[in-house]
Design a protein around this ligand. Structure first.
Ligand code: PA5
Length: 403
């Protein structure tokens, strides 16, 4: 990865401001030196078990033979990472085999009605993911799809088709897995959903899609070398926040990253957004949004800064008229938009990912998880809690008479 926190930001951040934040940034970075529970996702050696990885790869191969569609049911951190990587790696117009569908993020009966029609002649397997094992949206979707599965397959066959990813101690999902004897993967203790992309939460669906999970984990391990850049990025964000730049636009020029920006939104919003603090993350896809949000970014309320994700490589597509490859024209648009936004008062960070493959996506995931945790530490909030999302759950549980 490459990082540019200077070219399009230097008018906003001078040496004196950096001095103000440098000491705190150095001290929060030191937290990563200690192998504590809450940073387990960073100290990867402890929980990534080689045997389990091999088994996931093996199961992935087996499901290729028996399954057309893997239904992955989960919400929040229990789906966003896997979906982000899946969309970034799969071809635009061809399905993977098996195809992966992510469910449980809506409660639309229309959606499920259409899904049943789509699945009619397909061989289906299911991976239900919930760390707590109790999340309402996940459990309702599980129940509905389980009824469909029970009508289609024998109890013996279901054991080959249903996979549960949850915590090792408790919850309705664990109870169900034990009762029916389903293969279970465990989310390590102390790793919250949005930091779980390096665990079976994302690794198992990736393995089933045929992606190289070992390379993804290698990339993540190597990504730890960017801790210093992650801390500079966290510091730059914090400086913008203190200067009333309350919104961070994660801007992409490669549509395959659309779900990746959803993962970033979840990662940063749930890590930082508490105690009336935090930057609001949004996603911007250019050139499309240059003709909509671009106007606001240039001349609207100056509450924004951008973090642009650039994918360096890409297929050759030469345009004789411009004597240039389309990839380079896309990069040129990116550069010129950053320049224009700088002129109009909106600063941009540019983060370059060399290629859209497992290794570089693993590296990017580690970088952004480090940056989200560091950013939260810098504004004195706990990155690993999300008390704000509990209230609606409690209100709803009372109505639905479940807890
Ligand atoms: O990041 C988080 O911790 C949350 O977004 C959770 O992943 C989300 O609420 C789903 O929780 P669970 O995995 O318990 O179903």
């Amino acid at each position: 990865m490459k990082f540019d926190f200077n070219t399009y930001t230097k008018d906003y951040i001078d040496a004196d401001v950096i001095k103000t934040y440098a000491a705190k940034t150095t001290s929060v970075k030191k937290k990563f030196e200690i192998n504590c529970d809450e940073l387990k996702w960073y100290h990867m050696n402890e929980y990534v078990d080689n045997m389990e990885l091999k088994e996931m790869i093996e199961l992935g191969k087996q499901l290729k033979e028996t399954t057309d569609v893997l239904l992955v049911i989960g919400i929040g951190g229990s789906y966003a990472g896997a979906h982000a990587i899946y969309d970034a790696l799969k071809p635009y117009f061809h399905r993977t085999h098996p195809e992966i569908l992510f469910l449980g993020t809506n409660l639309s009966s229309r959606y499920l009605q259409d899904l049943f029609v789509y699945l009619k002649d397909k061989r289906v397997s299911m991976n239900v993911i919930s760390k707590s094992g109790n999340t309402m949206e996940t459990m309702i979707t599980y129940q509905i799809l389980m009824t469909m599965m029970q009508k289609r397959y024998s109890k013996k066959e279901l054991k080959k088709r249903i996979f549960i990813t949850t915590n090792i101690h408790q919850g309705k999902l664990l109870e169900s897995a034990k009762k029916y004897g389903y293969r279970t993967f465990f989310v390590p203790d102390h790793i919250s959903g949005r930091y779980s992309v390096l665990t079976p939460v994302a690794l198992f669906p990736m393995a089933v899609a045929g992606f190289d999970i070992l390379s993804f984990l290698t990339g993540a391990k190597e990504g730890r070398m960017h801790l210093n850049y992650a801390s500079i990025y966290a510091m730059v964000r914090t400086i913008f926040f203190k200067r009333e730049r309350m919104v961070e636009a994660f801007t992409i020029y490669e549509p395959k990253l659309a779900m990746f920006t959803e993962w970033l939104k979840q990662l940063f919003a749930e890590s930082e957004g508490k105690d009336c603090k935090g930057i609001l993350p949004i996603g911007v896809m250019n050139p499309r949004d240059l003709h909509s949000l671009g106007q606001f970014i240039s001349e609207g309320n100056p509450i924004l800064f951008e973090t642009v994700l650039k994918i360096e490589d890409g297929p050759d597509l030469f345009l004789p008229k411009y004597q240039e490859h389309l990839r380079e024209i896309n990069h040129l648009v990116l550069d010129k938009v950053c320049e224009a936004h700088k002129l109009s008062g909106c600063p941009s960070n540019v983060i370059t990912i060399e290629s859209l493959d497992e290794y570089h996506l693993g590296e990017a995931c580690m970088f952004f998880m480090m940056a989200a945790a560091l950013s939260a530490y810098l504004i004195d909030v706990d990155p690993f809690t999300q008390p704000g999302v509990e209230t609606y759950k409690e209100l709803l549980a009372k109505e639905l008479r479940v807890l």
